[in-house]
Design a protein around this ligand. Structure first.
Ligand code: UDX
Length: 429
């Protein structure tokens, strides 16, 4: 007879924490979730999911009997040996990660030889060893520590949890690392069991590499615009090379989100703190910043100046299938357009509530056609399915101008042109 997997605690109920909790509950563990936000805990207890993530609500509901929510870390400590830490680690003014939420968790845990922290939050390389030093200074040297970085993507986080490309477990070879490996066992993913520092670096290096791939293809797109090549064809030709791979070669108006901008910067700062100048990442960041602004140049060129022009931004979230607005390209675009005197209407099927707190001076529309009504130009900012499948004849009828800038190279140029509109992609012929 097989026994159920061991219970776990999850500290922090953001994207990573909730998906981790739901995932392990689905694999059979009792999960004790802790968050300092009492209102959020109340909502979760009522079965309400505070974030938009496809499949998460169902997964939490299906496993509700194994999921427990509390504001007290003691509740998790009472039931679980392993505490998965998934609290925020936002960047500080110096570009380092703010680890105060992680330190608060460490402070709240008593000295115990049979408890361990499993770090899911993205932290700079070296955090594990400095936390273990803090354990020692506070008489908590018995606490175990495991680095288990999370690679899930927003919008497909539930799928990513269940089908990871790899599981990385960094520890000193003790019981806690073994226990984490066992929990992930049923997923059958390749395992990288390594030391704490290397596990931390796998996460930062993976995100930095993917961001580099995006900035690289964006620069190729910009060169394509000068030379008459089409970046979609170029990316297809490159991606078929196994060594390169087709993923993350989608040129557009730059990457955003809670991870790439922060992690690329964190890795650059981390290198800088030890005296190493990570030149490549400096360029990755700069290319990404400029890529968001190049759209403005395209609009100016076609419209002959932006003052008094009406521009519709289609999509606001940093990518489709999420309501996350962190570092979204729409934030830069809406501010730049308004600074140049344009009147901006925006539409997003899910992120409007989040966007209202961050974007000012724009008209929020209830539908794409409402945003496009009377517009001189439209910019596809986020490739939501609903926006990719717009009826372009209806769009042409609603707009007063005829320019469509496809900021994600996600539209069918022929369909747009067939409606009498001008199509401008990123790096497209
Ligand atoms: C990323 C990593 O993929 C994930 O492994 C990590 O755990 C967290 O950070 P996420 O931020 O959810 O995940 O989104 P992702 O799908 O990776 O996209 C990030 C950004 O890059 C988006 O703004 C997206 O639009 C952009 N992107 C992605 C491109 O511009 N081109 C591409 O080819 C791929």
């Amino acid at each position: 007879m097989s026994t159920s997997p061991e219970p776990i605690g999850v500290i922090g109920t953001g994207y990573v924490g909730l998906v981790t909790a739901a995932g392990f509950a689905a694999l059979g563990s009792d999960v004790w979730c802790v968050d300092i936000d009492a209102a959020k805990v109340q909502r979760l207890r009522r079965g309400e999911v505070p974030i938009y993530e496809p499949g998460l609500e169902e997964m939490l509901r299906d496993n509700a009997q194994r999921l427990h929510f509390s504001t007290e870390i003691g509740d998790a400590l009472e039931h679980a040996r392993l505490l998965f830490v998934a609290v925020g680690t936002p960047p500080t003014y110096s570009g380092d990660a703010d680890l105060s939420a992680v330190h608060a968790v460490v402070d709240a845990i008593p000295a115990a030889h049979d408890r361990a922290l499993v770090m899911k939050s993205t932290v700079p390389c070296g955090t594990g060893s400095s936390l273990q030093r803090v354990f020692g200074e506070n008489g908590k040297q018995g606490l175990g520590y495991v680095s288990c970085p999370e690679f899930l993507k927003e919008g497909s986080a539930v799928h990513d949890f269940m089908h990871p490309d790899r599981v990385v477990v960094g520890d000193d070879g003790g019981w806690a690392g073994d226990a984490v490996v066992e929990l992930y066992g049923p997923l059958g993913a390749p395992l990288v069991r390594t030391d704490v520092a290397s596990a931390e670096m796998v996460k930062l290096a993976s995100n930095a590499f993917l961001a580099t791939k995006i900035s690289f293809i964006n620069e190729i797109a910009n060169v394509c615009e000068e030379t008459g090549a089409d970046v979609v064809e170029v990316a297809r030709g490159m991606g078929l090379d196994d060594r390169i791979g087709a993923k993350f070669l989608q040129a557009g108006i730059g990457f955003g989100g809670s991870c790439f901008p922060k992690d690329v910067d964190a890795l650059k700062q981390l290198a800088g703190n030890s005296g190493y100048h990570f030149q490549l990442l400096t360029a990755v960041i700069e290319v990404n910043d400029l890529q968001k602004r190049r759209v403005i140049g395209k609009l100016q060129r076609h419209l002959g100046g932006l003052a008094g022009r009406r521009v519709a931004l289609l999509g606001l979230a940093f990518k489709p299938n999420t309501d996350d607005m962190r570092e979204a390209s729409s934030l830069v675009l809406s501010a730049r357009l308004q600074a140049d005197g344009a009147r901006v209407a925006v539409y997003d099927p899910v992120a409007e509530e989040q966007a209202r707190a961050l974007v000012s001076g724009v008209a929020f529309a209830a539908s794409p056609l409402e945003a496009l009504d009377g517009a001189d130009a439209a910019v596809l900012v986020t490739e939501w399915q609903e926006l990719v499948e717009l009826d372009w004849n209806a769009v042409a009828a609603a707009m007063s101008g005829n320019l469509v800038v496809d900021g994600r190279n996600a539209l069918d140029p022929e369909a747009v042109r067939a409606a009498g509109l001008i199509y401008e992609g990123i790096g497209r012929r």
